[in-house]
Design a protein around this ligand. Structure first.
Ligand code: BGC
Length: 781
């Protein structure tokens, strides 16, 4: 959390340092080590003082070294004196965050990084590593390319687009001399109340794993030991289980079983780490009473030892202090540091002061933190810096990054926005809207760059986007460009308050919108949420605001067809107004090109091809995910006790329409009987039977019909997006390993059990049989 909670008297609950299963490390290293880098690290460890080592483990926010007086006059300016203290005296090895809370020009960034690096090399001889949250494009750089948020990238079901987006972000981050981003975000957004639903790739662990892998490849390139001049280091976050707080509120406790943790929440981290991810940030929360930052079993055991991973673990914001001030598992900050470092934290995002350095030094001198742990942590920090080439080039000439903010990059961002906006309803073919019609454009989201982008956009809360993104089009501007200004009647009816809390709305002017409707042929109501980020985005009611629902209700009375555009970070409940609309488009948070993409899609100049990456709830007390257990949805029983169990959702995971129709046929499986080690090839013919070209995400699901613990209803196992012209048929081939169909049993072990399975794809299904039970004795498959 950005603001530390007040320190209350801490209860010393003590901490159970888990005797991690000493995994015999037969697992080959997740990232093969580079002998030259390792030799260099050994040299450094020999010659560094304890203070210098601890400095490498400390990360401080840029505010601490900012000269605010000078900055007021000349824009962001570093303070020489503060750099002397932080880098000169305390040998701090990492800085983070955006200065002054607002995106900077790339030249400003590069100038600051040069000063920091000159200081670092002079004082320590080791480059600083600067990290920033470029989570959907160049979040914190002006004039760069902003992509849709993670939730939209998931909806595109297009891995290559996600990879390309990350590659462009890496390029543009390098163009600021910044080598490290706190992305991709692979929390499973499994609770629609949670205010960070939109940062990650939806509710499914496979989608998060696949998109996470694609993003890591885009950010880092192909060789994790030698990150190229157009690439940066990724930081997977937040490790792990962040997306399912019991209360639905950010940074509140979760209650995830070990089984579910291993099978679902760990999956994206494991995949990305095995594919070279260089760093991981820890979940700020608490599971079953144990803060993740104190959990040696998960940090050292699962991540470092089991996967044989030599990457670096950084805390989230102030989270070591939180073990004391918030979670009360440590009596003092010093004790909190001991717990976290012994659990496996390598770098503390402290971020406001340097007492971490003095406390940790005392702990080592008192024998409370072993020197071996310090050396291990420092080796991991130095390794990351070597892998990034920072020792040879602590900063670089940014002039060669001439594609920054280019048309070429903009095209990819526009494509991503188009492929990520989901058509949910299209009664009477109300869409596409052909030019010539008069459109009443209404709703608080109709003319706002802030709403299109969401949080982490130019500022943390995203509230400065309208000042910073004037060059891009709001929905209103895009529709004017597409249909002619004279055809757009803009009357918002409901508006967000310009200052104050993100959810506050001005006194509504619904009657004005209703009056304007008489001049229109069709009504486009852009509703949803204003931007927010993290804990300030907490909610008490998932239902869409009363003003906005009243606006839609009143407009529907006019008899003009209503199209809803949902522009929101999480699925606000709209079950009372959904029946009033003929068309519904869920654009979520599509970024700077979201308005243009919407106009292209509405006009039929582009086709919809996105699918729901989460389950859209219909009622507040009926939240669900697609991989629910069978007992959550049951038909009626016989006899007197003839109750049923109905799962009633607004739109299911995987749902989405387009302007064309696809037919599936000939689902074939090459091995109807399989074992864990088999690779199963599945093929299906998909035909575009409509009149418009389109792209279809082909989703392959499995069902385990009987298992020793109640199986998930259904699970996504692969997907492929195919482009099809009208009348074109393609045979889509996907593979799965037999072991992909395994689950984690009650005993915490992966198991694939002999018995019947079904594969499903479109309306097709195929039966298959596992001939042999396999139980894994290793922690991972
Ligand atoms: C967020 C992280 C982010 C960090 C640094 C924290 O508050 O939880 O996602 O990377 O701040 O800005």
């Amino acid at each position: 959390m950005k603001n530390l909670m007040k320190t209350a008297a801490a209860f010393l609950l003590g901490i159970q340092v888990c005797a991690c299963s000493q995994v015999e490390n037969k697992v080959s290293p997740a990232i093969p080590s580079d002998p030259e880098i390792e030799a260099n690290i050994r040299q450094w460890l020999k010659k560094m003082t304890l203070e210098e080592k601890i400095g490498q483990m400390c990360e401080i926010t840029i505010d601490v070294v900012t000269d605010f007086e000078a900055s007021k006059k000349n824009g962001f300016t570093l303070s020489e004196a503060k750099l002397d203290t932080v880098i000169g005296k305390y040998k701090v090895g990492s800085l983070l965050n955006v200065p002054m809370g607002i995106a900077q020009k790339k030249e400003k960034w590069a100038e600051a990084i040069r000063i920091i690096q000159d200081k670092s090399m002079k004082e320590i001889g080791i480059p600083c590593i600067y990290g920033v949250d470029q989570i959907h494009g160049t979040t914190y750089t002006l004039d760069g390319t902003m992509f849709p948020q993670g939730i939209n990238m998931a909806a595109s079901f297009n891995r290559e687009l996600t990879r390309k987006g990350a590659e462009i972000s890496a390029y543009e981050t390098r163009a600021c001399c910044i080598p490290w981003t706190y992305a991709p975000v692979v929390d499973l957004g499994r609770d629609p109340r949670w205010p960070r639903m939109w940062e990650n790739y939806g509710e499914d662990c496979y989608v998060n794993a696949e998109m996470g892998k694609a993003a890591v490849a885009g950010f880092q390139g192909n060789d994790p030991n030698h990150i190229g001049e157009y690439n940066i280091a990724a930081c997977m976050k937040h490790y792990m289980g962040y997306g399912v707080p019991v209360s639905g509120k950010d940074r509140t406790p979760s209650s995830i079983s070990r089984t579910e943790m291993r099978e679902k929440h760990f999956a994206p981290f494991m995949e990305a780490v095995r594919n070279g991810a260089l760093s991981v940030m820890v979940n700020s929360g608490v599971n079953e009473g144990m803060p993740f930052h104190a959990n040696r079993e998960l940090l050292t055991g699962w991540l470092k030892e089991e996967l044989n991973w030599d990457g670096m673990i950084v805390t989230d914001w102030a989270d070591i202090n939180n073990l004391c001030t918030r979670d009360h598992i440590a009596a003092s900050k010093k004790e909190a540091i001991k717990i976290a470092i012994n659990a496996g934290i390598d770098m503390s995002m402290v971020p406001y002061e340097v007492s971490f350095c003095t406390c940790l030094k005392e702990l080592v001198e008192e024998g409370e933190v072993p020197m071996s742990r310090i050396d291990d942590a420092v080796a991991r920090v130095l390794r990351l810096k070597y892998r990034l080439g920072l020792f040879e080039n602590p900063y670089w000439d940014i002039r060669k990054y001439d594609k920054f903010g280019s048309e070429e990059f903009a095209k990819v961002a526009l494509q991503a926005a188009e492929e990520s906006e989901i058509l949910l309803k299209n009664e009477n073919n109300v869409l596409p809207l052909v030019p010539g019609k008069k459109i009443l454009l209404t709703g608080p989201n109709a003319n706002s760059m802030r709403c299109l982008n969401g949080g982490w956009s130019y500022s943390w809360q995203g509230d400065q986007a309208d000042n910073c993104a004037g060059a891009y089009n709001t929905i209103y501007e895009s529709l004017c460009n597409k249909y002619g200004k004279e055809n757009i009647i803009y009357e918002p009816g409901v508006t967000y308050a310009a200052s104050g809390n993100w959810w506050e709305e001005n006194t509504p002017e619904i009657s004005k919108a209703v009056a304007a409707a008489s001049r229109a042929d069709v009504i486009v109501a852009c509703i949803g949420e204003n931007s927010y980020c993290e804990t300030p985005g907490n909610l008490t009611d998932l239902t869409l605001s009363a003003n906005q629902r009243n606006l839609v209700k009143a407009l529907s009375q006019t008899g003009k067809p209503v199209i809803l555009v949902l522009n929101q970070g999480r699925p606000r409940i709209i079950s009372d107004i959904e029946p009033l609309a003929e068309g519904i488009i869920n654009i979520m948070l599509p970024g700077n090109y979201g308005g243009d993409a919407l106009a292209n899609l509405m006009a039929g100049d582009a086709n919809f091809s996105a699918r729901m990456p989460f389950t859209y709830p219909k009622y507040a007390n009926a939240l669900a995910t697609y991989d629910y257990k069978p007992c959550e949805s049951m038909g009626q029983m016989n006899g007197n006790y003839n109750y049923d169990s109905v799962m009633d959702v607004q739109w299911p995971f995987g749902y989405g329409l387009s302007y064309t129709a696809y037919q599936y046929a000939n689902l074939k499986v090459d091995k109807p009987t399989f074992t864990a080690s088999d690779e199963i090839t599945v093929s299906v013919d998909v035909t575009n039977v409509g009149k418009m070209a389109g792209k279809e995400p082909v989703l392959l699901y499995s069902q385990d019909l009987v298992a020793s613990t109640t199986p998930d209803n259904i699970r996504l196992r692969n997907f492929e997006k195919v482009a099809l012209q009208p009348n074109e048929t393609r045979t889509v081939t996907m593979t799965i390993r037999g072991s992909d169909l395994a689950f984690v049993g009650y005993d915490g072990k992966w198991r694939l059990e002999a018995g019947d399975f079904k594969l499903r794809c479109g309306d097709q299904s195929a039966d298959l049989k596992c001939s042999e039970t396999k139980v894994w004795e290793t922690p991972n498959r």
